[in-house]
Design a binder for this molecule. Structure first.
Ligand code: SAJ
Length: 429
């Protein structure tokens, strides 16, 4: 068992720190945001994730997970910090990675291993992190091990996937790779694959998320095509997927979260070859407009309507609203009238009134309403997230509250016949 300092206690760092501790390592959890440490000390788990609270509590109670205000020397440094992306400038913000490098460099010892898990543009581990760490006077691959090992866990299933997903480990040399494999072997039940270098491992992570985003882009384009041909995209995709080598994902109101809408752009940082990938990104971002078109097709006057959006989390059964299609839809619809979400511009009078409801989201900056309040007198309801609660909506109860019975089910979670029988006009993406 080893000493491990985990840098960054967010969606990935916190479960990783708890996992390592629960498998017997001596873990020091550090976060540059002091409020994260103090909340955790007060027993607050700031990441909404099934089972995480109990998992973190177990780690604390075992005495194997200690929170630290300053980073400490350790055999392993595992870096799980955010790497935001500026879409306008096409530049990644690597300041958090650099800051960890600056902090680790003075305490780095011969024999230590530094692992970068954050998603980064190809070349970051060797091009950005390595020179900072070598300011210590030590050399990567010779005196200390340096590795990229991307995280691949799915929000909503993080603890299971930390153990069960295959890991990709790419060190600057064989000894580096071996050292990281040794750490992951202590809790990963799946295969641990190694790449020739850290840049390949970085690239692999990006093309995994790009594959999913581009595939969803295809599904979304199919949905628009199906609309023009007057057929149901879901039925067509389900039938197409009967072919043994076809596996089209599901269309929807767009792609949210902090990974899929962002990671493909990292591939374009040092390459001009982004073409299909960029197009798919733009198709996915354009789905909000498509949903608005569907509303406009069903409502006499979109501008004078009341629209209730159900689901502002970025996907089903999570509380995370980062880059959520539901919020984007709300913003696009309600440039003026009544601000359920802070507007990005001043807006104009005459836009539809929008109310939002999400049983999983707790965000005081949003004007979230109860299901009843959000849907009362609504001219249309848009299901923007596939929360389990929404699949169980009662058409009669909802219809009685609404001004007219129109529902846009962007995630195809409702049974259309049942809703039609209740007098609804139902449209799906
Ligand atoms: N979505 C669709 N159609 C689909 C599937 C998803 O529109 O058929 C939408 C979702 O509604 C959501 C968005 O895509 O808005 C992203 O959701 P997701 O569940 O596909 O993925 P994330 O962002 O929660 O997690 C992804 C995962 N990557 C892959 O599956 C390749 C996860 O394994 C990664 O660890 C994570 O990104 C990450 O951290 O990079």
């Amino acid at each position: 068992m080893s000493s491990v300092c985990v840098h960054g206690l967010g969606y990935i760092g916190l479960p990783t720190a708890a996992m390592l501790a629960n498998y017997g390592h001596d873990v020091y959890g550090y976060d540059a945001d002091a409020s994260v440490i103090s909340e955790l000390r007060d027993g607050e788990v700031h990441v909404e994730e099934p089972g995480l609270r109990a998992f973190v509590t177990q780690a604390f109670e075992s005495g194997k997970l200690e929170l630290v205000e300053e980073i400490v020397p350790a055999k392993y440094h595992v870096i799980c910090v955010p790497t935001p992306f500026d879409r306008e400038e096409m530049t990644p913000d690597l300041s958090y990675v650099r800051a960890v490098g600056d902090a680790v460099s003075p305490i780095l010892r011969t024999g230590d291993t530094v692992i970068l898990e954050s998603t980064v543009p190809p070349g970051t581990t060797t091009g950005t992190l390595q020179p900072i760490l070598e300011e210590s006077g030590l050399t990567a691959g010779k005196d200390f091990a340096l590795v990229h090992c991307p995280e691949t866990v799915l929000p909503g299933n993080i603890i299971t996937e930390l153990r069960q997903n295959a890991r990709i480990v790419g060190g600057v040399n064989g000894i580096s790779t071996e050292s990281a494999v040794h750490l992951y072997e202590s809790f990963v039940e799946a295969e641990i694959r190694t790449t020739s270098d850290p840049t390949t491992a970085e690239f692999v992570k990006l093309i995994q998320n790009t594959f999913r985003d581009t595939n969803i882009g295809l599904a979304n384009e199919i949905a628009r095509l199906a609309h023009d041909y007057g057929i149901d995209s879901r039925e067509a995709i389900e039938m197409a997927n009967e072919h043994p080598r076809v596996d089209i994902l599901q269309p929807g109101p767009g792609v949210g979260g902090h990974c899929l809408p962002v990671d493909p752009w990292f591939l374009g940082v040092d390459s001009e070859a982004l073409d299909l990938i960029a197009t798919a990104r733009n198709v996915n971002d354009g789905m909000v407009e498509f949903v608005i078109d569907l509303l406009a097709e069903e409502l006499d006057s979109l501008a004078d309507s009341r629209i209730a959006i159900l689901g502002v989390a970025y996907k089903g059964n999570v509380g995370d609203t980062r880059m959520s299609p539901g919020l984007r839809l709300a913003r696009e619809l309600q440039h003026g009238a009544r601000q359920a979400v802070p507007a990005t511009d001043g807006g104009t009078p005459g836009d539809p009134s929008v109310s939002i409801h999400d049983p999983h989201v707790d965000d005081p900056t949003l004007d979230l309403q109860s299901l009843e309040a959000a849907t009362t007198d609504a001219d249309a309801v848009v299901i923007a997230t596939d929360h389990d609660e929404f699949a169980e909506l009662d058409p009669d109860a909802l219809g009685q509250r609404m001004a007219q019975r129109t529902i846009i089910d962007t995630k195809a979670i409702l049974a259309p016949d049942q809703w039609r029988e209740a007098g609804f006009t139902i449209r799906r993406v």
